[in-house]
Design a protein. Sequence first.
Length: 216
Amino acid sequence: MRFLLRSPLLTMVAIGSITLAAAQTSSSRPPASKSAAWKRYCQPDGGFCFKYPGSWSVLGAVFDGNSVVIAPAQKQDRSLWDAITVARVVPPPTGDGEPLGLNGLIEQASSGLRQSGQDFQTLQRQERIIDHKPAQMLKVSYHEKSNAHDWIEEMIFIEGPDNEIYFVVLKCSPQNLARLEPVLDGVLAGWTLPTTEPGSNDAESTKPKTTPSKPH
């Protein structure tokens, strides 16, 4: 499955429903249960870096390595886990193609949720700056009919220097939102596009190589 987003809205809808299942097949290591300092993860090809709690686990890379899922230890079925996904969802435009832009991608994501038949409600939309780059946040709630589970998704779309778009999303049960939003803020504070290509996945490092900006 190539992650090139010929149809962004379909991919955005798919992210929430299949990333945990895909990650489950990518990593058999059990989640860490002890608290630890925050670690730093860099996508192997140098696309993005971010920090995450040391007590969380990297469940695996999905969509040809353009996306990674992280989560804390949980007892319920993996399909119901709270998790954060970090991804590049739109590559730089080629040729004479017009960039989709943040507004266009958010509108397509919202439309895709409605068309999927979910009981969907927009809770908040907000402009932000992440790593000195324009970003927008969309927070939604919906009832997933396939498993009768209620979800909150807080999605942050970040526009890169070449009109590519990145995506950081917290997907969690509503009762866990207040506890997990500070973790999302920490991931966003540590999210950056490296100025130099990292030599390897620096997941065990607790200090970032570049100074991230704080989310607004």
